[in-house]
Design a binder for this molecule. Structure first.
Ligand code: ZN
Length: 248
């Protein structure tokens, strides 16, 4: 990326310290630094990551409260397993841009990963409030609610996910698990069947579907679903055992 001379407007190669036309000291703008960081990050590898952090560090030296520079710093750190350090930068990004739903969402995921569930939920709710059409925060909020035993809230958020995107299959899985926990077997069956209609490769889904049918007393369908589970995962002794009992 070239650096434009602020005095004469000449584009200079980015390793030049002084303008080749007029000798003016060259300075990359914060925006240049961020773009360069993104470019390095796309290049990938240790080097790309390292260079991206260097550019963002420089950008933040010039403008410590820059929302984007803080956001990407948080994102790259998080993606490279520096999860705890990412928190600080997402918070700074939000301070600078309080209306940025994605920054709240990323903050929430970071809290969630650190098992700070209450703070995660707060961040997800904030992201949803700022942009109700943004699906990911509903999904993660649901996982967080499920984790803390707030099953109704989990169900409510998962319903929002599949209402907005009926192809978000993993959401039906968690929906099925949550309904099973509430002993709402018809709803659970419907959720697991939504997956099976599209994807017949997941042994775990067939197991849970079979379990729900079994609990409903529908042995034929239970045997069918558990049979599929065993077929897909022959090493699953527990499912084999349950199937054997049902077939007696
Ligand atoms: Zn110049």
């Amino acid at each position: 990326m070239d650096i434009r001379c602020e005095r004469c407007g000449t584009d200079n190669p980015d390793d030049h310290k002084y303008c080749r036309e007029c000798g003016n000291a060259l300075k990359k703008t914060v925006k240049d630094r961020i773009n360069e960081a993104l470019k390095w990050r796309r290049e990938g590898g240790e080097r790309g990551y390292g260079q991206a952090l260097i550019e963002l560090t420089e950008a933040l030296k010039t403008d410590p409260n820059n929302a984007e520079a803080n956001f990407y710093m948080g994102k790259f750190l998080y993606e490279n397993a520096s999860v705890y350090n990412a928190l600080h930068y997402f918070k700074k990004a939000i301070e600078a841009a309080p209306g940025w739903a994605e920054a709240y969402y990323r903050l929430g995921v970071t809290y969630y990963r650190l098992c700070r569930i209450r703070e995660a939920v707060e961040a997800f709710e904030k992201a949803i409030g700022l942009n109700p059409d943004y699906i990911s925060p509903y999904y993660f909020a649901a996982l967080a609610y499920y984790h803390t035993g707030m099953t109704d809230k989990a169900i409510q958020n998962l319903q929002e996910v599949v209402r907005r995107d009926p192809n978000y299959l993993i959401a039906y899985y968690h929906l099925g698990r949550a309904y099973t926990k509430k002993k709402m077997m018809d709803e659970a069956i419907e959720a697991f069947e939504s997956i099976v209609r599209v994807n017949r490769e997941d042994a775990d889904v067939f197991f849970h579907l079979g379990y729900c049918y079994w609990k409903k007393g529908n042995d034929d369908k239970a045997i069918w679903a558990l049979g599929k589970a065993v077929e897909l995962n022959p090493a699953d002794e527990n499912t084999k055992e349950l199937l054997k009992q049902l077939m007696r």
